[in-house]
Write a protein that binds this ligand. Structure first.
Ligand code: VG1
Ligand code: CO
Length: 539
């Protein structure tokens, strides 16, 4: 073991989901090593502990896993369990952390950000409950990283991660496990595989676009091998270090191949895509796109149809920018509904306390208490289970849902790589104007309330301020604005738009939301501050 003198980095502050930077930033001398040492320091050391390590297979994943093993060994860890080849999807890692009763895990991913030497890389730590480290721990990591003077590392050959089995490095045990087996077994306990299998046997057709990212092997094993979907149902199923040049973000813009097929003649009955690390999902029916907020609401209303949720759900939680569609379902079911800041780490306490069973975000994330991360394939399987039991199409299910609850028209507009100073100035001005907004009328909409979302965790009382500006109108419409915490270049402005309708469910969301969109431009002067009028991505 050697102790390496190092220079602290002052930019290792984890964002919405871990530390994300350009891959080349991580590849510079000591950068990754420092942050891994800072993680271990922040959690009270690694001595005698057992961790899970795995990543989404993007460029530098393989090198980073070897570095983590050597630093864990030098810090006295007892054991590290690694997915074969250093690969684990984020939900599979969360499951292993829990099922193997470990002290946590390190996940290597920049999720939906593109991968490659000139693209993005990321690293995050998940707690023994399987969930992302909460803010007090990520703050501690940042503090440790900025004062670090040395890190410990063993000098050793690379560990062979290609073969399943046990080996050691510097006295620490390394167990290489199958990436898919435990996760697939967990899914079999939650869903009625026999019913889904029968649906496929009756000619139900689906397309799953894994986007050359980590979900490919999981989807192939579960959908094709275990559920009997025809070979070829999963496309782009081989994970590649650069995701084959694809942007592994499952939305209509980046999953355009899937969208074209689902909107075309002879479309399959059901389509889905997932992101770089397998925690996001997009769901599409024949000729109909399902917005993530609606998906969450439909899953909440129908979860009891799957065997793992047959007893009903305890409560639901959604991130603040997610539409209120699921709140209406919760009210109908007589269960609690929580509104949390953006990022899965805020759901952990509610899930651990048994207050909620399902959670979701507008950003294509849905999950349940089976792990402590969002889970793309899980959401797809729950949809399949519901389709198999109800025997209806996706559009029939959505139409019935809106008829019962009304429709929360919803859209998110992203303005990417905006000049950071300008974006900050725009948000500061908007925050400064909030007190004067109530009572004002704009685009025929009257402002009822305006604030900067702050959250107090109902379980441990911890608080998080400045989580996004909300402007609420008297008719229930809403504008939310915040800056992304996962980007690696400039700032990304996210504008979230919502309008509730009790009738007229077949409008184009952009048309239904037109006055709200104009009001947002007027109130925040996005064009004046950033020079942007048209968003880069609309979901
Ligand atoms: C985005 C999403 C957020 C999600 C986060 C991590 O964060 O908006 O809902 O939890 O990504 O998802 P931000 O700060 O950029 O808006 V993933 O699949 O990138 O781990
Ligand atoms: Co992700």
């Amino acid at each position: 073991m050697t102790t390496i003198q190092t220079v602290a980095f002052d930019d290792q502050k984890p964002g919405t989901s871990g530390l994300r930077k350009k891959t080349r930033v991580f590849m510079q001398a000591h950068y990754l090593e420092n942050f891994v040492q800072a993680i271990f320091n922040a959690i009270g050391g690694a001595k005698g502990k057992t961790f899970i390590v795995g990543g989404d297979g993007r460029f530098f994943n393989d090198r980073a896993v070897q570095v983590i093993l050597r630093i864990a060994a030098a810090n006295g860890a007892a054991k590290v369990i690694v997915g074969q080849g250093g690969i684990l999807s984020t939900p599979a890692a969360s499951h292993l952390i829990r099922s193997r009763k470990t002290d946590g895990g390190i996940i290597l991913s920049a999720s939906h950000n593109p991968g490659g030497e000139d693209e993005d890389f990321g690293i995050k730590f998940n707690m023994p409950n399987g969930g992302p480290a909460p803010e007090n721990i990520t703050d501690a990591m940042f503090r440790e990283a900025s004062v670090l003077v040395s890190y410990n590392i063993v000098e050793a050959q690379d560990v062979d991660l290609g073969a399943i089995g046990e080996t050691t490095i510097g006295g620490m045990a390394v167990e290489v496990v199958d990436c898919v087996a435990d996760y697939a077994a967990l899914m079999e306990t939650l869903f009625d595989f026999d019913k889904i299998r029968a649906m496929f046997a009756n000619g139900f057709r689906m397309r799953f676009d894994a986007m050359c990212a980590v979900t490919g092997p999981y989807a192939t094993e579960i959908l094709e091998n275990r559920l009997g979907a025809p070979a070829g149902t999963v496309t782009h199923g081989t994970p590649l270090p650069d995701f084959g040049g694809m942007h592994p973000d499952p939305n209509p813009t980046w999953a355009h191949e899937l969208m074209a097929e689902m909107m075309g003649d002879d479309a399959p009955n059901f389509g889905a895509a997932s992101d770089g690390d397998g925690d996001r999902n997009m769901v599409v029916g024949r000729g109909i796109y399902v917005s993530p907020s609606d998906s969450l609401a439909v899953l909440a209303a129908n979860a009891h149809l799957a065997k793992g949720y047959a007893k009903g759900i305890a409560g639901v939680a959604r991130s603040m920018p997610t539409s209120a569609a699921v709140d209406r379902v919760a009210a109908d079911l007589g269960i609690e509904a929580f509104e949390t800041p953006t990022g899965w780490k805020f759901f952990g306490n509610l899930l651990d306390a048994g207050r909620v069973t399902l959670c979701g975000e507008e950003s294509f994330g849905t999950g349940s208490d089976h792990v402590r991360e969002k889970d793309g394939l899980w959401a797809v399987l729950l949809w399949l289970n519901i389709l198999a039991v109800r025997g209806q199409s996706v559009s029939e299910i959505l139409e019935a849902h809106w008829a019962k609850y009304g429709r929360n028209y919803y859209s998110r507009h992203d303005f990417e790589a905006v000049d950071k100073d300008k974006a900050d100035a725009m948000m500061a001005a908007l925050r400064g104007s909030l007190a004067d907004l109530p009572g004002r009328e704009i685009e025929g909409l009257k402002i009822a309330n305006a604030d900067d979302f702050a959250y107090t965790d109902p379980v441990d009382g911890s608080t998080s301020a400045k989580q996004g500006v909300r402007i609420l109108f008297e008719d229930g419409s809403r504008i939310v604005m915040r800056l992304s915490g996962t980007g690696t270049q400039g700032a990304t402005l996210r504008l979230y738009l919502e309008r509730y309708a009790e009738s007229g469910f077949d409008q184009d969301p952009q048309e239904a939301l037109a006055p709200v969109i104009r009001a947002a431009q007027g109130l925040a002067d996005i064009q004046g501050y950033t020079g942007r009028v048209t968003p880069d991505v609309i979901t």
